[in-house]
Ligand binder design. Structure first.
Ligand code: F6R
Length: 251
């Protein structure tokens, strides 16, 4: 089904969402083995990453030629911290596939000069032209990457103060909310919206109203996910619970 430009695939549950998302990702790698892929962290894509590892082990996918970018990283944070997104990616995917680590890039949460880190990351993205395949989750408050709801959004990589709702939502990964870093570095909205293909994964009742607001209401910086309405090729793979609010409001 489509809502405006956004293709929506509704699956029964998280497992089915993970399988469907992995099919889409695998098809991308088949059609363009040299894809520039921008990865997301968080709970939403973990099941898809497990499926991709299984596909790799079965000889069905090859990551050796891709370039791997990531959306964001806490700031400051050490790479060795198990909650860093650098660690997350290695642990949940990169260490288990045939990725060429010379073509793997993530914002450096250890950098002393975050402004330079952001400019360098933008230059890196621009050197690849456009991202071929953008993987996304969406925050309950509508953030994509760590582009939090705000009066204005930056197209470029920048440092953000995390919203209290994001700190609370991510506290589940830390021993307490106090340990969640208050800042992050994130790719801006520009390369996300300009990517050639985007895959958004969302599951659960707590994302239902967010998806309705992002996909069916007007575009606003207070709901960064609503900018996906302007994307040329975005597919949202969501479970029935996350679909419930859109379903209720469809004519
Ligand atoms: C993660 C990211 C975030 C998450 C979002 C949803 O790299 O950029 O936008 O995608 O916070 O997180 P989960 O999937 O844990 O609900």
């Amino acid at each position: 089904m489509e809502i405006g430009n956004i293709k929506i695939v509704v699956c029964k549950d998280y497992e089915a969402v993970s399988k469907k998302s992995a099919e889409i990702f695998a098809a991308q790698l088949k059609s363009n083995p040299k894809s520039v892929v921008c990865f997301a962290t968080g709970s939403s894509p973990v099941g898809m990453y497990k499926e991709m590892i299984a596909k790799y082990k079965a000889g069905e996918v090859d990551f050796s030629e891709i370039t791997a970018l990531n959306l964001d990283e806490y700031y400051p944070i050490k790479k060795s911290n198990e909650q860093s997104y650098d660690y997350f990616m290695r642990d949940n995917l990169f260490n288990h596939i045939n990725l060429d680590f010379s073509k793997q890039f993530i914002l450096n949460g250890e950098s002393a000069d975050y402004e330079k880190e952001c400019r360098d990351y933008d230059n890196l993205i621009h050197s690849y032209g456009e991202i071929d395949f953008q993987i996304l989750g969406i925050g309950i408050n509508g953030h994509i990457g760590f582009n939090e709801p705000c009066e204005s959004l930056s197209a470029e990589t920048h440092m953000v103060s995390l919203a209290q709702s994001t700190i609370d939502a991510n506290a589940r990964f830390f021993s307490s909310a106090d340990e969640v870093p208050k800042h992050a570095l994130t790719m801006g909205i520009g390369p996300i919206i300009k990517s050639k293909k985007a895959l958004l994964i969302a599951c659960g009742e707590n994302k239902a109203e967010t998806l309705y607001n992002a996909f069916m209401k007007n575009i606003t910086t207070n709901m960064p996910g609503s900018f996906l309405q302007l994307h040329r090729d975005v597919t949202a793979v969501i479970d029935e619970a996350a679909f419930s609010c859109i379903k209720k409001n469809m004519k």
